[in-house]
Design a protein around this ligand. Structure first.
Ligand SMILES: Cc1cc2nc3c(=O)[nH]c(=O)nc-3n(C[C@H](O)[C@H](O)[C@H](O)COP(=O)(O)OP(=O)(O)OC[C@H]3O[C@@H](n4cnc5c(N)ncnc54)[C@H](O)[C@@H]3O)c2cc1C
Ligand code: SF4
Ligand code: SF4
Length: 451
């Protein structure tokens, strides 16, 4: 996290503050220690349990002609970012090619702009619209004057007299078969040469466990990934647990945090001799958000505003100082307006069949026609078509009540509900209620679940 996510997106001060919350709990730490052998340095010390959170530290390379000859100016993106973060690297050539279309490529190109790259280009094989990078990361790169050249497949590094001059690319276009599978097909146009003083390769990231011996009872599959139980995070060695990117490959910070939590529950069980699967259920609850007939404890007004743009610091400042945070955050007024866009997905519409007198008032008042009282159908697909507004989004479940007094059912298409609460305001019998959903993740002990 510290070595790869650039400071202009995640300032060190913020990271320090967050990490210190944990360190201040009194955890014993050994920083600046590379573990070379799990057997000699960890398992031999007879710890009761071991958690491996070593990330996915290996950048994928690109073995095409010229790779070895130009090696001095060809860098693996994540290693290069780490080298910048640890201040071993402070500059880069003026002309830089970044290969890859994911978020790491976006971090590489934007970092290169801050280290002296004046003509930084991202070159990617896939069409622009299919790049893995998040749309906002692509927008931020464009804002920093970094062009993205799509549909170009790297062919070779061009090196003259031992000096990297640039790269050759083959132009392609995407074709799709009946199943929608993509194929990149050469366009037949002449290959393209792009000049470069340095190239950053950001075409993927992998796990790597050279420090874990293979005779420790920890099973590795054919991709050299440990076999890890998805629920308990235990490996085939009952003492050793995995989480974060090291368990199932690169994901994101919040997933790593969630893994750490679940593994901690397992480790607690293991140390106490409790079966690992014997975990407390998460605490789930619903509370009525009613404060009166027309009042809710949340803002139920639906706003049609688009997402507000997060203000950024002046480009002159951010491009000249790689540690200067780019996103300034909302001012209080815009923050307030942005919060008003919240659809209150945590406030659920809860229907109680026994209270419903089938007056159909909720169906009339619903602004998105998502409530229908109807005869039931044999097949869900038929029922979806019987609704006031057919429920076309099959990835979203429809809610079907039990049979009501008139033998009809109440069907709600969750896909279009605005959580406005009008159905519950209108209902004369409180058969509809707006209820706030609470979730308290599984802890090791019931005491932690009490409010
Ligand atoms: C360029 C880039 C940008 C990213 N941006 C985001 C983002 O904006 N938001 C987001 O949520 N995620 C982002 N991610 C993903 C995120 O960084 C990871 O998913 C997350 O950090 C994984 O956490 P982890 O604890 O599993 O591993 P890491 O954070 O990678 O931590 C692993 C730690 O283990 C140490 N280690 C490894 N091997 C050994 C060893 N043998 N001995 C001792 N120590 C060892 C490493 O030095 C490191 O400190 C980004 C990733 C990259 C590469
Ligand atoms: S909350 Fe609003 S949108 Fe959702 S069912 Fe009720 S009236 Fe319709
Ligand atoms: S408004 Fe209330 S009572 Fe009338 S149909 Fe809807 S849920 Fe039933």
């Amino acid at each position: 996290m510290r070595s790869q996510i650039p400071s202009f997106r995640l300032p060190e001060t913020v990271l320090d503050e967050e990490v210190n919350y944990i360190l201040d709990l009194g955890i014993h730490t050994h920083f600046n220690q590379y573990v070379k052998s799990m057997k000699d340095e960890i398992l031999s010390k007879d710890y009761d349990a071991v958690f491996v959170g070593s990330g996915a530290p290996k950048g994928r390379d690109l073995e095409i002609p010229g790779r070895q000859e130009g090696a001095a100016n060809i860098h693996l993106g994540i290693n290069w970012l780490a080298s910048v973060a640890f201040e071993h690297t402070a500059k880069i050539g003026k002309k830089v090619i970044v290969l890859g279309g994911g978020n790491t490529a976006m971090d590489c190109c934007r970092t290169a702009r801050r280290l002296g790259g004046t003509q930084v280009k991202v070159v990617v094989r896939s069409p622009f619209a299919e790049m893995k990078a998040s749309p906002w990361e692509k927008e931020d790169a464009a804002h920093e004057d970094i062009p993205i050249i799509d549909n170009h497949v790297p062919k070779s590094f061009v090196v003259e007299n031992g000096v990297l001059k640039g790269m050759m690319f083959e132009k392609v276009h995407a074709t799709y078969d009946a199943a929608g599978k993509r194929k990149l097909v050469p366009t037949g146009e002449p290959d393209v040469f792009i000049e470069a003083d340095d190239v950053l390769i950001a075409v993927g990231q992998e796990n790597s466990f050279p420090w874990i011996e293979r005779d420790l009872g920890i099973e590795f599959d054919k991709w050299e990934m440990p076999t890890v139980n998805e629920k308990t995070h235990v490996s085939t060695n009952p003492k050793v647990f995995f989480g974060g990117d090291s368990a199932w490959g690169p994901k994101n910070v919040i997933t790593a945090v969630a893994h750490g939590h679940q593994a901690a529950v397992s480790i607690n069980n293991f140390c106490q001799g409790i079966y690992l699967n014997e975990r407390l259920a998460p605490m789930v609850n619903l509370h009525s958000a009613k404060m009166g007939i027309h009042e809710w404890s949340y803002d139920s007004e639906v706003t049609v505003d688009d997402r507000y743009v997060v203000p950024q610091a002046d480009k002159k400042l951010t491009l000249s100082n790689r540690k200067k945070e780019v996103e300034l955050g909302f001012d209080p007024l815009t923050g307030f307006k942005e919060a008003e866009r919240c659809l209150n997905c945590d406030v659920q519409t809860v229907f109680t069949e026994s209270k419903c007198i089938e007056c159909d008032a909720c169906m009339d008042v619903c602004p998105t026609a998502c409530i229908t009282f109807t005869e039931n159908a044999e097949e869900e697909s038929d029922l979806r078509n019987l609704l006031k507004m057919p429920a076309k989004n099959k990835t979203q479940d429809i809610y079907v009540s039990n049979t009501l007094a008139t033998k009809r059912v109440m069907v709600k298409d969750e896909n279009v509900c605005l959580h406005c609460g009008l159905c519950a305001e209108r209902c004369p019998t409180s058969a509809w209620d707006m209820q706030k959903f609470f979730y308290n993740v599984t802890k090791t002990h019931t005491g932690c679940q009490k409010h």
